[in-house]
Design a protein around this ligand. Structure first.
Ligand SMILES: *Cc1c(COP(=O)(O)O)cnc(C)c1O
Length: 401
């Protein structure tokens, strides 16, 4: 064994860190806690005034007329699919490299997800590949701002308009980002967000859809409330018990104390994104010195929101596989992760849709090479240095000589 291999934590050497640094972590402070507690002491735990307040502040942050709050990013995607009328017999184009919920939401509506490949440099949905997959059943395109980099929305909007398709931005990675100076959330017909703890801001679980279309927003407000047109508080105010269910909906409501947390978090969002960008700049500089590692390309026309910092391994220069690098880094205390296995390679998709290897070669090849390294606002300078140190240690130990 090479001397530098013997020093690796997997072979009993001293790890870079004593405890594991996660790849993502929420950012909560005392004022966030206070905001939640004050609502817990109020009259409305759910369907109260905080919902609309959060929606209005969120809409004004991204620059849309409407925002609809729901209880997860997945509910946001489902509501968006329903709002634009996706149904049985329809096809919806989704990128291969995303979280399963993006494609699952299409299936919730009885429609079929059609997977398209990604650009090899950015791993974002490839507009040319999108156009090739359009049929007379295609109803919508979902763009995913993978890792936090906004997609090529000018091209996607052009294609959507040309074929009369809905355009949904799954912006769960890119809150706070921009494309050609325009805020994420205002770039598609509907944009969806998640407030899961690893995302830019959190409400525990939660989600939001933004749009300029008041009709779509109204449909989603009914959809999140069992298909009922009024909420309990509105009926109380009007002095009536009568409610009408006009559509089949779900209980996708978010609570008032979550919305209070959301507002408190939203105030910090610019700082939180700036900190992520700062960490990314440190990584950009440090990683360019490490052989066999590269970062994804970033367009000059975007402000990247860095939900993830994804590195690629040049496996031809390494003695071991991505899995071995992953295990070695975790042993060093660097909590790397992999985002994502192409959705259609999950057993459910293989069984239900007969998908399999070969469908999207770029995404499949990328999947073998990618690792997400830790990035979140609470990381200290030492934490960032530890990640670089761990990568340097593990990669140099496994470089082909
Ligand atoms: C997090 C995420 C979702 C789902 O959000 P939840 O709030 O966990 O339901 C959907 N799409 C993408 C790309 C995500 O990262």
């Amino acid at each position: 064994m090479r001397e530098n291999q013997a020093q690796l934590a997997i072979y009993g050497g001293r790890p870079v860190r004593a405890s594991l640094l996660p790849y993502g972590l929420h950012h909560l402070e005392d004022d966030d806690v206070k905001a939640v507690v004050s609502v817990l002491r109020s009259a409305w735990l759910t369907t109260g005034p905080k919902i609309e307040e959060f929606e209005q502040r969120f809409a004004s942050f991204v620059g849309t007329k409407e925002a609809v709050a729901v209880n997860s990013g997945t509910a946001a995607l489902h509501a968006a699919m329903h709002a634009i009328g996706v149904g049985p017999g329809d096809e919806v184009i989704v990128p291969a490299l995303t979280f399963v919920a993006t494609a699952n939401s299409v299936i919730f509506q009885g429609a079929k997800p059609v997977f398209v490949d990604v650009n090899p440099e950015t791993l974002l949905i490839d507009p040319l590949a999108v156009e090739e997959k359009i049929t007379d059943r295609t109803k919508a395109i979902v763009a995913v701002d993978y890792a936090g980099q906004p997609c090529d929305y000018d091209s996607l909007r052009y294609i959507a308009r040309k074929y009369n398709l809905g355009l949904i931005a799954d912006a769960c990675h890119s809150l706070g980002g921009k494309y050609k100076g325009r805020s994420v959330g205002s770039l598609a017909d509907l944009s969806t967000f998640s407030f899961h703890p690893v995302k830019h801001i959190t409400t525990g679980e939660g989600g939001m859809i933004t749009t300029d279309d008041a009709k779509l927003a109204q449909r989603m407000r009914v959809f999140r409330n069992h298909g009922i047109t009024t909420e309990f508080r509105q009926r109380e105010q009007r002095g009536t018990w009568l409610y009408e269910m006009v559509d089949l909906g779900y209980n996708y409501r978010i609570t008032d104390f979550q919305c209070a947390l959301g507002m408190s978090q939203l105030r910090k969002l610019p700082d939180l994104v700036a900190r992520r960008q700062e960490i990314a700049r440190s990584y950009d500089a440090a990683l360019s010195e490490i052989p066999a590692i590269s970062s994804l390309n970033k367009s000059k026309e975007v402000d990247h929101a860095y939900h993830l910092y994804v590195i690629r391994l040049d496996l031809s220069k390494l003695q071991v596989s991505r899995k071995d690098i992953y295990i070695a880094l975790r042993a060093e205390g660097i909590g790397v992760n992999v985002h994502y296995l192409p959705v259609y390679l999950h057993p459910f998709y293989i069984e239900k849709f007969g998908t399999g290897p070969g469908l999207c070669p770029v995404a499949e090849a990328a999947y073998e090479q990618i690792l997400s390294i830790p990035i979140y606002p609470k990381m200290t300078r030492t934490d960032v240095d530890d990640v670089v140190c761990g990568l340097t240690k593990v990669i140099s130990a496994f470089l082909r000589l």
